[in-house]
Design a protein around this ligand. Structure first.
Ligand SMILES: [Zn+2]
Ligand SMILES: [Zn+2]
Ligand SMILES: [Zn+2]
Length: 226
């Protein structure tokens, strides 16, 4: 069996496409990023510790993010970011804990610079019923000036993984929940077939670039907050 193709994404600095793991190495060496960072150092503003984070859904590894986060920010800001880009459906509870799995809980108001160290892992849980589990790895840290006035900067994210096609061969854009519960029904629909009368009374969910697609009432939009 051929290995499943890993999802790729583009480097925000130079546009090169690669896998989430390839991006770890690339971001530390990207010439365009180095150029931008050194130009940044000549601008006014305070230096601080800034962390490179690799974020991945604990089970659906096709979904990943590479973020840069300021040490002066708090975990609360990472929580809000994850909710915007991946998770928020109906305001469920969430928490961070140390390590992978359900380790010791870390308070939301914890300042990043007092906690993060290169190599450490954290787990974020959103929704304790139909839970989404996200792993956060602190890849490295640097001392410098942040890329933006925001606490978090998006350096790369996966592109929407290739899903199966509709029966007609078109790309799938919707998931039908009612069909998914009936065995031999079509649950994956293109834009055109989703408008079919048959589905008028069914619950269709848009397929968006988030590991929470298909969970609880998640509808996206799976966009970063800034
Ligand atoms: Zn690059
Ligand atoms: Zn929900
Ligand atoms: Zn179709």
């Amino acid at each position: 069996m051929a290995p499943k193709k890993q999802t790729r994404g583009a480097c925000a600095f130079c546009g090169r496409q690669m896998t989430g793991n390839g991006m770890v190495k690339h971001l530390s060496a990207c010439p365009k990023r180095k150029e931008i960072l050194s130009a940044q150092e000549n601008k006014p503003g305070k230096k601080e510790k800034i962390y490179h984070l690799k974020i991945q859904d604990a089970w659906l590894i096709d979904f990943w993010l590479h973020l840069e986060m300021c040490g002066s920010a708090t975990l609360q800001e990472l929580d809000s970011y994850l909710r915007s880009i991946w998770l928020e459906c109906c305001g469920h509870l969430s928490q961070f804990s140390l390590g992978s799995g359900m380790g010791e809980e870390v308070a939301m108001d914890t300042r990043i610079s007092t906690l993060f160290q290169a190599g450490m892992m954290l787990t974020h849980i959103y929704d304790f019923g139909n839970s989404s589990e996200t792993q956060i790895k602190v890849v490295s840290e640097r001392e410098g000036k942040p890329m933006t006035e925001h606490p978090i900067y998006l350096m790369a994210r996966n592109e929407l993984p290739a899903v199966e096609t509709c029966v007609c061969g078109e790309p799938v854009a919707w998931l039908c929940f009612d069909c998914a519960n009936e065995e031999d029904e079509v649950a994956l629909l293109c834009n055109k077939h989703a408008k079919d009368k048959k589905y008028a009374d069914y619950t269709l969910m848009p397929i968006v670039n988030s590991p929470r697609t298909g969970q609880c009432g998640y509808q996206g939009p799976a966009e970063p907050p800034y």
